[in-house]
Ligand binder design. Structure first.
Ligand code: DC
Length: 221
């Protein structure tokens, strides 16, 4: 089985890149953020504080997560319920971010992620895929982007959705989220020693795709 690990901070375009590569290479795309989001949703529904490690850990035995694929798109089943459409809200993003800092949650998701990669050729995106989940991945890419470029893209998306905000506000939020992700005690975002860094600040999505494909072809040849 071939394993491609794609890590990097929020907003660098990992999921778009991973989806495109998976469809081109006919690999299974595993969006690991969706697993943390589903735990976030479960915790929210139980009205438990997502920052309380003991309370969250106590819920884990009740949680059953499965990934299924329909028309190439990943769906997450939380105790049998397809929650894919419910985990993308800003509230659940916040819950996911908090529960993902709890070591028991990361340990709980470790085997789920490893098992998928044992059975399929995968491209897995996340924060600790190349360092913790698949340390022996065939290819590791660390996708980065300047906060300014991420904020520009995000701002354009928000304006298109009709959200009232300013570029400065979006930039400040982006810088704060990157800081929190790279300094948290459990699994801070770290580039694997053997990962290849791809900076797409000045790239369009199709250029990012071409650059990543080159890295993969070189590594696999
Ligand atoms: O990639 P995303 O925004 O869907 O991730 C949701 C949250 O989960 C985000 O706060 C980072 C965290 N996460 C993580 O800690 N480790 C992963 N492998 C994937 C996501």
């Amino acid at each position: 089985m071939f394993q491609i690990a794609l890590d990097g901070p929020s907003g660098a375009g990992k999921s778009t890149l991973a989806k495109n590569l998976a469809s081109y290479l006919q690999y299974v795309y595993v969006d690991t953020g969706a697993l943390y989001r589903s735990i976030g949703l479960f915790v929210r529904r139980k009205d438990v504080d997502p920052s309380d490690p003991e309370a969250v850990a106590a819920l884990l035995p009740e949680i059953r997560l499965e990934l299924t694929y329909q028309d190439g798109a990943q769906h997450v089943l939380l105790c049998g319920e397809d929650v894919s459409g419910l985990i993308r809200t800003p509230e659940i993003s916040m819950y996911a971010s908090k529960v993902s800092a709890i070591p028991a949650v990361r340990a709980f998701l470790l085997s789920t992620q490893k098992e998928i990669a044992e059975k399929n050729n995968v491209i897995m995106d996340g924060r600790d895929i190349g360092t913790v989940i698949l340390p022996n991945a065939d290819v590791k890419i660390f996708l980065v982007c300047s906060p300014e470029a991420k904020a520009r893209r995000r701002y354009a998306e928000l304006v298109e959705k009709g959200v009232e905000t300013t570029y400065e506000e979006v930039l400040a939020a982006m810088i704060e989220r990157d800081r929190a992700d790279s300094t948290r005690a459990a699994a801070p975002l770290i580039k694997a020693a053997d990962a290849i860094e791809l900076n797409n600040s000045e790239m369009e999505p199709e250029e990012t795709f071409a650059a990543a494909l080159n890295i993969i072809k070189e590594r696999l040849s």
